[in-house]
Unconditional design. Structure first.
Lengths: 437, 379
């Protein structure tokens, strides 16, 4: 692509990976091994061959898949796995990291640039890791007059709020960290936390530019929370439920965006404002107020806020998917597993390769329906994220008075229009009990 | 502490608790190399005090210790993107002092270089205007498309910026072979590109609603404050030095000066863009009318001296408005006094008047729409 950049060669990539294997082994034995030991202490251990499995015994089983896979299965059913790995934090952080990479490359293509290129040998794929390491290694500077405990706590609280938001999102049938009956109310409660954390961080820094940025963020979030809540009421009316899993399940035939497009548009715009994305990035407007409420944050405190911001972005996009695009519902594109290979084994010449514990894992936990649901969910969410990222290349920033005007005059009115549409659909019998479903 | 202990001319002000004083700059992403002291009441600016001088380099004093030729490289430092236009009045003035007649082809080459430099400067200005409004695409596109014209200037002078190409008596070197075709092709493509900016920037509804009717400078105020260049023409005053006081061969070319009546930030930001399109037009005309061969430089004697004690004042239309150079000679090899009168400083004078009563969010757009270059204002 570029004259000065070295060409990507697959052989050299493999070569470099092999040279790094030593480091992988070293890091695993120093960090990974103790972590696995600690994790094993928390799992309710199965009884195998009449004796209770202890963590130490489990390590001797690692070489035998027949005995390892039940342990993996019981681990995947624990709450800790759900919170830390799959539908919770780890999955969201992975998607958020992908979002940052895609955002940088997409914006670069839009602006006739190359974007991240050198780090990670292939199109700068490890750039994010490099940035993270840089942020970790930087010194954290606290302003002398800051209110230190609150200033320290604010970034952590921000990430915690974002993670709590992520925990409420159902990814596939049954795959949700917290399946709350009043899930949508919980979402509103979590969204209500963000302005508080923002103003805490901004005010405790005791500096002028963060203060102005925090006040702007407060204006923006509070005035856009009302249309946000109102725009989602239409979905609640036609579904008759506040449980996010039930709302997603109710869209098995058609997504609500077909009937409630006005609500979807209002929710999308308020989402951009809540996420402080361009054109609504007033709290971080760099040419006016340096970096807004992030000005005094340094090092990993800034990194945590960025992590929280992108987790929040993922969570909002996922919420849009669940409420308007049908969540995990979609055409079945994942083929059924050839189960006879698992039950009867794969004939390899004279011997037959057969893995014992795979069958319950594939029939109970990782079913084709679950994989298809996750795939549909991820595809839709990535589509929504793409549309969230796109305005950054096209629009300039708007002004505070224009923002408030938009929020209070136009969006609230449109949200009420959406509510009336939903009411009409329910009363006419098109949707709701007795109608289409 | 009371007023009697203060030096004369200073007075203590009573602190108002509602008013917050913001130091925008010199280390602020929206200030440039200067400081703007802004007092805000809520979201409204009640007073604004621009504080330039952070990049003062004493160009005028330095010029008194160098002879007429060695002055060339350092006099273009105030605006390195627009270096040909910054040198232009100096070179015209020295030619007047020394009584040199410039060859016809050199005059055309100068006009081409000057217009190319105007575009290069304006693209840089436009890039910063884009990022000041939070439009990152408008930062990257002009910064990239500028390369086309920088490559042309590199072909002409050998340097990408700071060309030092204009010398008393003509230009330093003749155009490279085959230059006319390359120039025409690149300028045509450049023109096509900047016309595309309208779709993403100048016709953008958010940009229009953000910059229209903000920082309005009326026609009377513009004349009274003495602003020049695009700021003056955005307020409805048709005053372009290329048309009013044509220098070199501008009178033989068809120059159209762009005027808008609104006087707001939008008009002030659109005039330079229209000027770039006009520059492309002028370059094409000059390429057509230019003599195809001939000398481009009159050879000077080493260490030329001015004739007796006399002075000359020349001015040209630069990227930021009228740029004048007053040279006083006392018959020695160095100028006795050299004074640069720059458009940037004249335009900056309007800033406190425009920002008063505006919202804080309008500060970057009003400030940078003044077509102002901090380094040139400090000289």
């Amino acid at each position: 692509m570029s004259v000065i950049a070295p060409n990507f060669k697959f052989s050299k990539f493999i070569q470099s990976l092999i040279s790094d294997v030593v480091w992988f082994v070293l890091i695993f034995s120093l960090i990974g091994f103790p972590i696995i030991m600690m994790v094993l202490f928390f799992i309710p251990m199965p009884v195998i061959d009449g004796e209770l499995l202890t963590p130490f015994l489990a390590f001797t089983y690692l070489a035998d898949p027949t005995r390892t896979l039940p342990i993996v299965q019981s681990f995947m059913m624990t709450d800790m796995f759900k919170i830390m790995a799959f539908p919770g934090f780890g999955f969201a952080a992975l998607l958020a990291a992908g979002t940052i990479f895609v955002e940088r490359k997409m914006l670069a293509k839009l602006q006739l640039r190359v974007g991240p290129f050198y780090c990670g040998k292939f199109e700068g794929i490890l750039q994010l890791m490099g940035d993270g390491l840089k942020l970790i290694s930087k010194e954290i500077i606290i302003p002398a007059k800051a209110d230190k405990p609150i200033f320290w706590a604010a970034p952590v609280l921000f990430v915690a709020s974002a993670a709590a938001f992520v925990a409420l999102i159902p990814v596939a049938p049954g795959w949700v960290v917290a399946d709350v009956d009043l899930g949508l109310l919980a979402v509103f409660a979590v969204i209500g936390f963000f302005p508080i954390v923002t103003i805490l961080s901004a005010w405790s820094a005791n500096s002028k530019f963060p203060f102005i940025g925090g006040i702007r963020a407060l204006f923006q979030m509070v005035s856009f929370e009302i249309p946000l809540i109102l725009s989602l009421l239409g979905v609640v009316m036609v579904t008759g439920s506040l449980n996010l899993s039930e709302i997603a399940a109710s869209q098995s035939s058609f997504p609500w965006i077909l009937f409630l497009p006005v609500g979807a548009i209002v929710f999308f715009i308020t989402m951009l404002a809540e996420l402080e994305r361009i054109p609504f990035d007033l709290p971080e407007a760099e040419s006016e107020i340096v970096a807004g409420w992030l000005t005094e944050l340094s090092g990993m405190m800034y990194g945590l806020v960025q992590l929280g911001t992108y987790l929040k972005l993922y969570a909002f996009a996922a919420l849009f998917t669940v409420l308007f695009l049908g969540g995990w519902n979609g055409p079945m594109i994942v083929p059924q597993f050839p189960m006879e290979l698992v039950t009867e084994g794969i004939p390899l010449g004279p011997i037959t390769a057969k893995i014992g514990g795979l069958e319950p894992l594939l029939t109970e936990l990782i079913t084709p329906e679950m994989i298809n649901g996750v795939l549909m969910f991820v595809l839709k969410t990535v589509g929504v994220i793409f549309f969230i990222l796109l305005p950054r290349g096209v629009f300039p920033r708007i002004r505070v008075d224009m923002l408030l005007n938009l929020g209070w005059h136009k969006l609230i009115g449109l949200a009420f229009v959406n509510i009336f549409i939903a009411l009409a659909l329910v009363y006419a019998g098109v949707l709701g009990p007795g109608g289409l479903q | 502490m009371t007023n009697e202990f203060l030096p004369p001319g200073l007075a203590l002000q009573k602190a108002d608790e509602r008013i917050m004083t913001l130091n925008v700059g010199p280390q602020h992403p929206g200030s440039g190399h200067m400081r703007i002291i802004v007092q805000i009441d809520g979201d409204y600016i009640v007073a604004c005090d621009p504080d330039p001088g952070y990049v003062h380099r004493g160009e005028e004093k330095m010029a008194e210790y160098r002879n007429y030729i060695t002055n060339i490289p350092h006099l273009e430092r105030p605006v390195i993107h627009d270096s040909c236009n910054v040198l232009y009045p100096y070179v015209l003035g020295v030619e007047d002092l020394l009584g040199i007649e410039v060859p016809e082809r050199a005059k055309y080459v100068r006009v081409i270089c000057s217009e190319l430099n105007r575009c290069i400067y304006t693209m840089y200005w436009l890039a910063i205007y884009g990022i000041f409004l939070g439009h990152s695409t408008m930062f990257m596109w002009p910064a990239g498309d500028r390369e086309l014209l920088i490559d042309l200037m590199e072909k002409i002078s050998g340097a990408r910026v700071t060309h030092a190409h204009f010398v008393p008596g003509g230009v330093r070197n003749d155009l490279p072979p085959n230059f006319e075709e390359v120039c025409l092709r690149q300028v045509n493509y450049f023109e096509k590109r900047i016309r595309e900016y309208a779709a993403v920037f100048y016709d953008n509804p958010i940009l229009i609603s953000r910059t229209q009717d903000t920082g309005v400078l009326s026609r009377e105020d513009a004349i009274r404050l003495g602003v020049t260049g695009s700021v003056l023409r955005a307020s409805g005053v048709d005053y372009d030095l290329r048309k009013k006081e044509p220098y070199d061969v501008y009178e033989e070319l068809d120059v159209h000066s762009n005027v808008m009546k609104e006087g707001d930030s939008y008009a002030r930001s659109k005039i330079p863009w229209l000027d770039m399109l006009e520059s492309c037009n002028i370059i094409k005309q000059a390429l057509e009318k230019m003599p195809k061969s001939g000398s481009v430089r009159v050879k000077l004697k080493p260490n030329p001296k001015g004739k007796g004690f006399n002075s000359v004042y020349k001015r040209v239309e630069s990227g930021r408005g009228s740029l004048g150079c007053h040279i006083v000679s006392d018959g020695k090899v160095e100028p006795y006094r050299l004074k640069l009168s720059v458009g940037s400083f004249r335009n900056l004078i309007a800033l406190p008047y425009l920002l008063k009563g505006e919202k804080l969010g309008n500060m970057p757009s009003v400030y940078w729409s003044l077509n102002y270059w901090p380094v040139e204002a400090d000289r």
